[in-house]
Design a binder for this molecule. Sequence first.
Ligand SMILES: Cc1cc2nc3c(=O)[nH]c(=O)nc-3n(C[C@H](O)[C@H](O)[C@H](O)COP(=O)(O)O)c2cc1C
Length: 155
Amino acid sequence: MNERTLLIVAHAPSPNPVALRNAVAEGARSPEIEGVAVQVLSPFATQPEHVLSAQAVILGTTENLGYMSGALKDFFDRCYYPCLEETQGLPYALYIRAGHDGTGTRRGVETIVTGLRWRPVQEPLLCRGAWTTDFLAPCRDLGLAMAAGLEAGVF
Ligand SMILES: Cc1cc2nc3c(=O)[nH]c(=O)nc-3n(C[C@H](O)[C@H](O)[C@H](O)COP(=O)(O)O)c2cc1C
């Protein structure tokens, strides 16, 4: 089977979100997974071409002021129309780092990806509250599940 690409678009402005992003990437790059290339990019570095050449996407963001990070919003602002016709049905997952809420971010992202007609294949993962390393295992699991789904061709 041809190699498939899992794109991780993650905003990680400080050490804890970096740890979450790295855990997602680590899970996605688990040694037992074959035939899946994992690309990790900041939202600012992500171009429409990266999305167009991916078979699944994981979105990661902090919640700032009740909404997704400006970085992830910028990604959508630039990529929405170039991707709209080409990426309908794209499997995606979402994780959020939120100090105390996360609902506005989830709603905002889901509104946009509904417009894109991307397909949620995992429950959104909300890492909410005071920081704990307990957030890391579910992030690893999310990355692994997405990569395993691509490997198995179930998406
Ligand atoms: C300016 C600012 C606004 C924030 N707004 C929210 C918010 O609306 N909802 C929320 O749950 N957390 C909010 N937070 C907390 C961040 O989500 C959190 O600090 C960020 O995800 C990084 O995680 P860390 O604090 O564990 O490093 C805010 C943080 C900052 C600095």
